[in-house]
Design a protein around this ligand. Structure first.
Ligand SMILES: [Zn+2]
Length: 240
């Protein structure tokens, strides 16, 4: 009986936690953590995920639901394989619009609508990334209504206490491994959560959002060697 009561208490506390979507992560002690995210769902990022899998590192992949299966983007099978491997599948809207330019109704269609697309595959994303890093107050309403618990921007560092305004450190084609390591070391020194943003991997090197796979490999090696706690956005957003 005691065990059943304990179980119920645990379930209740979990339900409470889910119900807190959109609430500030204020009860969270700020702690040094690193998250690795890939935006857009490029097939090149899927290929790079093997680097993470060999090291047991989990990332968050923000997928544009209506781009899945298009040229250069992951197929549905690839998205599902990432999920099966333990990576987090987050939403990056249906069509990657400039949300700020859309009415609330159209933002809801892009944000909540993407959730509908994913749910048809049995996925239930709770994390979101803003296309072009753009948002406005209506975006927060649409996110909350859809039940998202976290959203990542591409804004420079804030305090990450607002779960819908998580900052992102964008890696571009000019970023060097030592720049990323410096950002990690700064976050470590200050007890902060660093969210790293990648897009394409090993594609055309003149593409400003391309990263060489050596950089991903070097990053993963650094994280493993230094026993850095790597979490997905969903893990961190719901942890206390
Ligand atoms: Zn994007």
């Amino acid at each position: 009986m005691k065990r059943i009561i304990l179980m119920l208490a645990l379930l209740f506390s979990l339900a409470m936690r889910v119900g807190e979507s959109g609430a500030p992560i204020s009860g969270t002690r700020v702690q040094f953590r690193v998250s690795i995210t890939f935006d857009d769902g490029y097939v090149s990022a899927y290929r790079a995920s093997s680097i993470l899998d060999k090291a047991g590192v989990k990332a968050t992949f923000f997928i544009i639901s209506r781009c899945v299966g298009q040229p250069n983007y992951m197929t549905r099978e690839e998205v599902m394989r990432l999920a099966a491997e333990g990576h987090e599948i987050g939403s990056h809207t249906r069509n990657h619009p400039h949300l700020r330019r859309l009415s609330l109704a159209r933002q809801e269609s892009e944000i909540g609508g993407s959730l509908k697309d994913f749910s048809e595959w049995g996925l239930r994303p709770t994390s979101f990334a803003y296309p072009f890093g753009q948002y406005n107050d209506n975006s927060f309403i649409a996110l909350k209504d859809a039940g998202f618990t976290a959203a990542r921007t591409t804004d420079a560092y804030k305090n990450n206490t607002n779960p819908y305004l998580l900052s992102g450190y964008t890696v571009n084609s000019k970023t060097k491994l030592k720049d990323i390591i410096t950002a990690i070391q700064n976050a470590q020194r200050n007890g902060k959560w660093l969210i790293i943003v990648f897009h394409r991997v090993d594609e055309r090197f003149d593409n400003p959002i391309n990263t060489k796979h050596e950089i991903i490999q070097g990053l993963v090696d650094y994280l493993v060697q230094n026993k850095v706690k790597v979490v997905t956005i969903g893990q961190r957003a719901t942890s206390k």
